[in-house]
Design a binder for this molecule. Sequence first.
Ligand SMILES: Cc1cc2nc3c(=O)[nH]c(=O)nc-3n(C[C@H](O)[C@H](O)[C@H](O)COP(=O)(O)OP(=O)(O)OC[C@H]3O[C@@H](n4cnc5c(N)ncnc54)[C@H](O)[C@@H]3O)c2cc1C
Length: 386
Amino acid sequence: MPDTYDVIVLGLGAMGAAATYQLAKRGAKVLGIDQYAPPHEFGSTHGDTRITRIACGEGPEYSAFAARSHEIWRELEAETGLDLLTQNGYLAISGAGQRSANHGVARFLDATVAAAKSAKVSYELLDSAALRQRYPALNIVEGDAAYHDTVSGFVRPERCVEAQLKTAAALGADLALNEKVVSFTQDGSSVTVKTDKDTYRASQLIVAAGAWLPGMLKPDLASRFMVTRQVLYWFRARSEDAHALFSPERFPVYIWQLPAPQSIYGFPATGGLEDGVKLATEQYDVATTPEQVSRTVGPDEVREMYETYVEPFFPGLSPTCVRHKVCLYTWVDGARFVIDRHPDFQRVIVASPCSGHGFKHSAGVGELLAEMVTSDRKPDPLFAFS
Ligand SMILES: Cc1cc2nc3c(=O)[nH]c(=O)nc-3n(C[C@H](O)[C@H](O)[C@H](O)COP(=O)(O)OP(=O)(O)OC[C@H]3O[C@@H](n4cnc5c(N)ncnc54)[C@H](O)[C@@H]3O)c2cc1C
């Protein structure tokens, strides 16, 4: 491998794989570096599925990234033959008197409707009677109401990373896997990146290090990011008939603001009865690091999840948890993203679009990152994620 590049991408998870692919497509001489061999299970981009929605209750400024990502994934599907995106619809459910805040937005359901209008996404509103009739898998609470659209659905994170890295390599990108970056510095017109194996130079560096990012920043910058442990669960349905109620043909992805301490989100069944049905809550109370996080899930944790969030609301799911995974959020206040030049190194771009909802935007974010370095496209001063 040469030791001088147009661009180095540090981290080849969701954002770094997307940026590397877009850079290779534009003919840039690009090196992607990762301490593991993505896709892997140590960061934020694993667990089979991610919700994608264009009408984002987090704010209308996110929609363009999700919409563009859908187009890119369809292009990649055509190029690679991989199945990446399923548009089986999305429900945002909330009820009177229930917690209505989600991802830092006080009235998430209303904000989703506003975002749909702004992004010109067709949608319908459903009352509790309509929800009960259409989705018997859910124990809908009287008074619940929902937003529903059909352009949303789920995307396969590991396959997206794999497709983008393979295509990038085929287009000429160099990938240094199982190689850990230990430092980067800017000197004059180039950036020097040292790893545990080698030293590389490039005109520009994109840092897409996910949950490892805070460890690479000075304390005043690092303190803007909080890494939290999240757990994904797959519970087995009680019978084949109960499992069938979760099939993607009849069951959408959802975010449900339950009468419980946390809201829940989930997916249709993507496999057979023994593969279970995936769902999860979110926690922001305890900060951690990728090095310190507990990656095991104990029986008490599973039992609490089942008794508080699954049994009361999903009558067809049994207490048998067939699988669980620990995953990391990199949280920015207000569930925001950070995509900007490093304040001390203008040749370094930091990309941290996570806060628990970044994957759906990743292909479009990769395109923006590539354009920021190759065409000097500068997000305007009011760019939402500066
Ligand atoms: C449980 C869970 C559920 C989620 N659900 C959704 C959802 O439904 N919808 C949605 O849109 N989003 C969702 N998200 C968010 C989404 O998955 C993240 O926004 C996205 O995966 C973040 O990607 P990333 O590239 O920033 O991080 P990662 O994919 O973790 O990539 C960072 C990479 O940097 C590498 N790296 C770090 N430090 C170094 C170093 N020193 N040297 C070399 N390599 C290094 C790591 O090895 C890693 O591969 C969820 C996240 C989690 C954890």
